[in-house]
Design a protein around this ligand. Structure first.
Ligand code: HEC
Length: 105
């Protein structure tokens, strides 16, 4: 969790903001994001390979581009565990490095 929080501050906070709230219509929120909490695999994939095209988060469409931040599989697991257990999010099943390594493009 601590490592995930540091990674978040370094690689994600500039777009998704301090409280994971994002920026309306530009950067989707992570806090209470239905996309993040219901699409575990797609979220890992977004962080691993980047995300573009339209996605719908909490009933709002976002058409943007997120470049892959270039994290290793264990760093992606740490940051996923951080963002899925912060700002009111609660994830009962922790994400492992192995799970990240199995997500393909
Ligand atoms: C340059 C800005 C930027 C940075 C930096 C960034 N993102 Fe994103 N992120 C976006 C955009 C834009 C989208 C939506 C892309 C689309 O429209 O397809 C997105 C989508 C997502 C999604 C899926 C949608 C959601 O809200 O649940 C997740 C999860 C996510 N980002 C996590 C992260 C994490 C974790 C980091 C840091 C490792 C990060 N992002 C860094 C801009 C950014």
């Amino acid at each position: 969790m601590k490592r995930g929080s540091d990674l978040y501050e370094d690689f994600c906070v500039s777009c998704h903001m301090s409280y994971g709230q994002g920026i309306p219509n530009v950067y989707p929120p992570l806090a209470k994001s239905d996309f993040l909490m219901q699409n575990r695999k797609a979220s890992i994939k977004a962080i691993k390979y980047g995300q573009t095209g339209e996605i719908v988060v909490n009933n709002k469409p976002y058409i943007g581009y997120m470049a892959p931040p270039g994290l290793s599989d264990d760093e992606i697991a740490d940051v996923m565990n951080y963002i899925t257990n912060t700002w009111g999010n609660k994830n009962t099943k922790m994400i492992t490095e192995e799970e990240v390594s199995l997500v393909e493009k």
